[in-house]
Design a protein around this ligand. Structure first.
Ligand SMILES: Cc1cc2nc3c(=O)[nH]c(=O)nc-3n(C[C@H](O)[C@H](O)[C@H](O)COP(=O)(O)OP(=O)(O)OC[C@H]3O[C@@H](n4cnc5c(N)ncnc54)[C@H](O)[C@@H]3O)c2cc1C
Length: 243
């Protein structure tokens, strides 16, 4: 990590046992994902939209007119319901957030836990290019509830202004300027991510799912492994990827 340092006791907020700081990046996914789509299109990827009952159906969707040699299964949380995969180790880790207009001065504090409960956490992320500031959050294993809980929202906002008073200039929760409340279900998996190849009903499938709360951070590394596995299947020795 660039600029990594352990924080001395006098710099720690009250109730915090230990801490460190380092320089990092914050991705504004609302901008990053459409950019990625553009990169793929520029490099010749053809997009098709469909709801699949079985993973091998994807092989029949190739634009080439013939069955694809390999299917990459990146079905996230729904790997637990997709025919041919039905991975019972996959489960949701529910994350509730509050998106606000207040700015955090480029600091992004994250704590490893808090006193409000085992599945409640504290983080503040100011997104690039006017994307607002994310106040988190929760990590509720096994919860499929897609609706924001107002009580949880209040605890999230309270913790954020307590750990980061400059968010509202010391004026407390009331001075938060809320854009929206949201919930996402992280695709968690007992035993961790699944990146491996498997022949399912005669079709080669490379699995890449179960990234829980680090799917963006780990995406390049996992994608590199996916490319290696596809190369093994098709017997390619020289990389052809133009991405
Ligand atoms: C609150 C919250 C905070 C997070 N914070 C971070 C963070 O700080 N850093 C980080 O790196 N990650 C973070 N994540 C995690 C990150 O969002 C996920 O790890 C990542 O989105 C997983 O990507 P994926 O492509 O594997 O799955 P998804 O994004 O879920 O994509 C799976 C796709 O497969 C499609 N699909 C599934 N089944 C079928 C089917 N049968 N037919 C057709 N399509 C199908 C789905 O529609 C979906 O489009 C966070 C998540 C949440 C909820």
């Amino acid at each position: 990590m660039d600029n990594f340092r352990e924080l001395p006791a006098e710099e720690l907020p009250a109730g915090v046992h230990s801490g460190c700081e380092f320089t990092s990046v914050c991705i504004n996914t609302a901008i990053y994902l459409p950019w990625l789509v553009g990169q793929c299109a520029r490099h010749g990827v053809r997009f098709r939209r469909a709801v699949l009952k079985h993973v091998t159906e994807a092989a029949g969707l190739s634009h080439s007119g013939r069955r694809a040699d390999v299917v990459v299964n990146a079905s996230g949380l729904l790997a637990c319901r997709l025919g041919g995969v039905m991975d019972s180790k996959v489960y949701p880790a529910r994350g509730q957030i509050v998106l606000v207009r207040n700015e955090a001065n480029s600091l992004m504090p994250t704590t490893s836990g808090c006193a409000d409960g085992e599945d409640e956490v504290v983080y503040v992320m100011q997104r690039a290019l006017g994307g607002g500031t994310i106040l988190g959050g929760t990590y509720m294993k096994g919860s499929w509830d897609p609706n924001p809980d107002p009580n949880q929202a209040m605890r999230i906002m309270k913790r954020a202004v307590e750990t980061h008073p400059e968010l509202t200039g010391g004026k407390g929760v009331e001075a938060l300027d809320i854009i929206r409340h949201a919930v996402g279900l992280r695709p968690a998996r007992e035993g961790g991510v699944r990146v491996e190849k498997e022949k399912i009903d005669g079709t080669w499938v490379v699995h890449n799912y179960g990234h829980a709360g680090w799917g963006y951070q780990g995406s390049y590394g996992c994608a590199e492994r996916v490319v290696e596995l596809v190369d093994e299947i098709v017997g390619r020795t020289k990389p052809l990827s133009k991405l």
